[in-house]
Write a new protein. Structure first.
Length: 432
């Protein structure tokens, strides 16, 4: 009788758990073991900034499944507090620390879903990175009156969300960004976002470097000193991949193909430890996002079983909600000789909208009228616009123009802004 296939998964969050569940759905007899270095699994990393304002009150609010519930309902065994230290790919063995001991486990197929971590340093001021334990500690300091003003280092999604939640908690927030906030987004989207944050009394310093903390507890920057009570370091993450020698991109993320297969045919990778191939450009990209982690985990599970995979679609779709202001994008959002764009602005998100403010969309297409990308920002619903455009990428503009979109005065205009932009872009192409 043939031995059961043994699959080991490193990482017990979005990608790893999605992979394990999919394997058990397709092949209940396969032996699946998940190794997780923390004492818990399945938590919402993207919710962490909301701890600061009290929207997230406890760890139970962000943990979706316990190891026991996951095993009982999905099937794979879970070993927590198991830190992987080395992989011997020639012998197909994973070495990990558990309770002070070094243990090993054999695999036939290995899925690496080890995630990523923020770089940490020690300062004479209290400092926090966006992980649950640290942000809960910061929340306690805020509630005890220990943080009145904070310096947020990093102007990406995590930094902007952290600053806004600090402000909502009654803490003065200053954002420090070494280049410009929201890298990769257009100048007018960035300008409008800066204006919104400024109206919320959040100070922002772009093109400003952090130089550490002075002995008297003041944050030093390339443009002077910032007095604050704490630092919130949101400068991006690095993949947790030091334990394996395998093909990687520059930042250490593991290179995979569309099936999540690595340079070792028996090893697959998914989630924030992996880079992905952009569906439109064919280039490797690092996109540490929960949406990709969940979908890539499913594909990694299917591929590890030998199933023909449909492959992971990667268009860079993102949305962000900052109070009443929302932004989003999908696909290629830069004009070129081959790609043209059209911006349309509506001064009301819906016919009876109670919220004042503009709604902006910039639509991108090829000169032959194939939809390539979209940016959206303002006081309207970014999510549903980006949902729609992400589904219509690489289809003709007519598919958007002719889409049977519903209408209600409380929810939308008779012609949605994205359809107006599509009509205008189509007219522009007609006269080229």
């Amino acid at each position: 009788m043939r031995d059961r296939l043994k699959i080991v998964i490193i990482g017990g969050d979005a990608a790893g758990l999605s992979a394990g569940a999919q394997i058990k759905r397709l092949s209940p007899e396969t032996e699946v073991t998940v190794l997780e270095r923390k004492n818990y699994i399945s938590y919402s990393n993207c919710s962490i900034p909301y701890i600061l304002s009290g929207k997230i009150a406890s760890m139970q609010d962000i943990i979706h499944l316990t190891p026991e519930v996951y095993t009982a309902t999905r099937g794979p065994e879970v070993i927590i507090a198991a830190e992987v230290i080395k992989i011997n790919s020639s012998q197909k063995i994973v070495l990990f620390k558990k309770g002070g001991n070094v243990e090993k486990i054999h695999y036939d197929r290995l899925i690496i879903a080890s995630g990523a971590s923020y770089a940490e340093a020690s300062y004479s001021l209290p400092s926090f990175v966006p992980v649950p334990e640290q942000f809960f500690n910061a929340k306690k300091m805020i509630d005890d009156g220990g943080i009145k003003k904070a310096l947020v280092i990093g102007g990406g999604f995590a930094g902007l969300e952290t600053a806004l939640e600090l402000q909502e908690a009654g803490v003065g927030a200053v954002i420090l960004e070494g280049e410009r906030i929201l890298p990769g987004y257009s100048d007018d989207l960035r300008t409008d976002t800066l204006a919104y944050l400024s109206d919320r009394n959040i100070e922002i310093y772009e093109n400003t470097l952090f130089h550490g903390v002075s002995q008297d507890g003041k944050a030093r920057t390339s443009k002077g000193v910032v007095e604050c009570d704490a630092l919130f370091v949101c400068t991006g993450v690095l993949p947790n991949t030091d334990f394996i020698d395998i093909a990687k991109v520059k930042n250490g993320a593991i290179k995979v193909n569309y099936r999540m297969q690595t340079s070792d045919e028996h090893i697959f990778a998914a989630g924030d430890c992996a880079s992905y191939i952009n569906t439109q450009t064919g280039l490797n990209e690092y996109r540490p996002m929960g949406t990709y982690a969940n979908r890539a985990g499913v594909i990694a599970g299917e591929s590890a079983l030998g199933f023909a995979s449909r492959g992971l679609k990667v268009f860079g779709s993102q949305v962000l909600k900052l109070g009443e202001f929302q932004i989003g994008r999908t696909g290629i959002t830069r004009s070129s000789e081959e790609i043209i764009s059209e911006k349309y602005t509506s001064h009301k998100a819906s016919a009876l909208d109670a919220i004042a403010g503009e709604v902006n969309v910039r639509l991108f297409s090829s000169r032959k009228g194939i939809i390539k990308g979209c940016e959206f920002w303002g006081h309207g619903d970014a999510l549903r616009r980006i949902y729609l455009l992400a589904a219509l990428l690489e289809t003709p503009l007519s598919s958007l123009i002719d889409a049977d979109l519903p209408y209600s005065p409380l929810l939308s205009n008779v012609k949605d802004v994205i359809q107006v932009a599509a009509l205008r872009l189509n007219s522009k192409i007609a006269v080229i």
